[in-house]
Design a protein around this ligand. Structure first.
Ligand SMILES: Nc1ncnc2c1ncn2[C@@H]1O[C@H](COP(=O)(O)OP(=O)(O)OP(=O)(O)O)[C@@H](O)[C@H]1O
Ligand SMILES: [Mg+2]
Length: 302
């Protein structure tokens, strides 16, 4: 079994159920069980999804020297994740608030605190790298110096640049250039996803490009097969909140691709995994084990 290294952001996420967007003003609302707080963030979501599927993970993240930082550590232990690489490297832990409506549409508000200016200890990264066969480096600033190190180690690098709009994006270029497996969202693309995927592959030589198309599914481009096609989304249970859909697609794709080397079957399984995940209220909730995923029934293709 391959061991993964996951470097990514963690925050304390509060979800709030609302009736509809835009929110109509009233001085007080009582959404019983409609407010939940949990440990989440791209790094945490991916790690928890991978661990649930059975991939061993070294999880590297930065939290605060505060109450919430300690909560993250406790929650990681509760979820069966080792806390060896969780570093309290800043005064306050990042936080987010997610509003979601009855259709599952969501709006995130994220407070990164000063994480974008903080470094992660390089010697800890090096230690984790030595034990790893696969590197997931999320595009939070402190992972940037580790791209070259993972490249030198000769292991696959997977990253998700989320809502990208341009190839010469200053912030994301290093990540796009280093990735073997590159995920992104179609939400702000300047071109149809097929054309965009080709452009990315021509520029960076990326072997695997996956573009999340939300309710429409995902596009898969495999360079060595000259393949570029869409796979439809599926429905397995009612949608509650689509927060974290992209992270769950990314994590489960990497799990199955790492295991089998088959990107087509991996994306199909990832779409199934994501469809079930969005029936939960939080970004780090609703992950299936591999056995449960095998037995789940598709209600309909979208
Ligand atoms: N409304 C939906 N109905 C069915 N499946 C969905 C829906 N929204 C998302 N999914 C599934 O989750 C996957 C990932 O969602 P999406 O494409 O929105 O990710 P993303 O835009 O990359 O990231 P984010 O989570 O930030 O939106 C989709 O490819 C699809 O399989
Ligand atoms: Mg999306």
């Amino acid at each position: 079994m391959k061991k993964f290294l996951v470097c990514g952001h963690t925050n304390i996420e509060t979800t709030l159920a609302i009736d509809a967007f835009p929110i109509e003003y009233s001085p007080m609302r009582y959404p019983f069980f409609g407010i939940q707080t949990a440990v989440a963030g791209v790094g945490y979501n991916i790690t928890k999804a991978l661990a649930t599927l059975g991939t061993p993970v070294n999880f590297l993240t930065l939290v605060g020297e505060d109450f919430f930082g300690e909560q993250v550590r406790q929650q990681a232990k509760t979820n069966g994740l080792a806390d060896d690489f969780i570093v309290a490297g800043m005064p306050q832990t990042a936080q987010s608030v997610i509003l979601y409506d009855k259709q599952g549409k969501r709006q995130g508000h994220t407070d990164l605190k000063d994480v974008q200016e903080r470094p992660y200890p390089p010697e800890l990264f090096q230690q984790a790298l030595q034990e790893s066969d696969w590197a997931i480096l999320a595009n939070i600033n402190w992972t940037r110096p580790f791209l070259a190190k993972a490249q030198n180690a000769g292991i696959p690098i997977a990253t998700d640049v989320h809502t990208i709009t341009a190839l010469d994006d200053d912030y994301n270029r290093d990540y796009m250039a280093a990735a073997t497996i590159l995920f992104m969202s179609d939400e702000r693309l300047p071109l149809p996803p097929e054309q965009w995927a080709k452009k990315v592959q021509n520029e960076f030589g990326t072997e695997i490009v996956v573009i999340g198309l939300g309710a429409k599914g995902a596009l898969l481009a495999v360079k060595s097969d000259n393949f570029c096609e869409r796979l439809p989304a599926v429905q397995t249970r009612p949608i509650v909140n689509t927060i974290g859909a992209g992270d769950s697609l990314f994590a489960s794709f990497n799990h199955f691709y790492g295991k089998t080397g088959d990107p087509y079957a991996a994306l199909q399984k990832a779409i199934l995994f994501a469809s079930y995940k969005i029936g939960s209220d939080g970004a780090a909730a609703g992950f299936l084990t591999e056995a449960a995923l095998e037995s789940i029934e598709v209600k309909s293709a979208k």
